[in-house]
Ligand binder design. Sequence first.
Ligand SMILES: [Zn+2]
Length: 105
Amino acid sequence: MPVYQYKHLAPTDCPLGESFDTVQSMRDKAHATCPRCGAPVRRLISRVFVATAIGDSQLKSMGFTKLVRRDQGVYENVTATGRESRYMEAGKPETLPDLKRKIGD
Ligand SMILES: [Zn+2]
């Protein structure tokens, strides 16, 4: 989901600070007021979702699969769950991440 930046319209002592980031679905409407202090806020230009700023365990809990190249033709699935193989090797289909199951979730 994309990250949006909001800014309080007036100077504030809100615990979130003058401006804050929030993750929202693209279907959600922009907040008109701060979710923390209730003061009016304005949504700034949306920023691109940066996957590298998110930890592997968070990616995993969000249902993403991240592969890290470890050697020629060998990738580590750092978000492996359940019966998934931790390492994916070229030419070994049984080591492929179980993407079908994740998409169906
Ligand atoms: Zn606030």
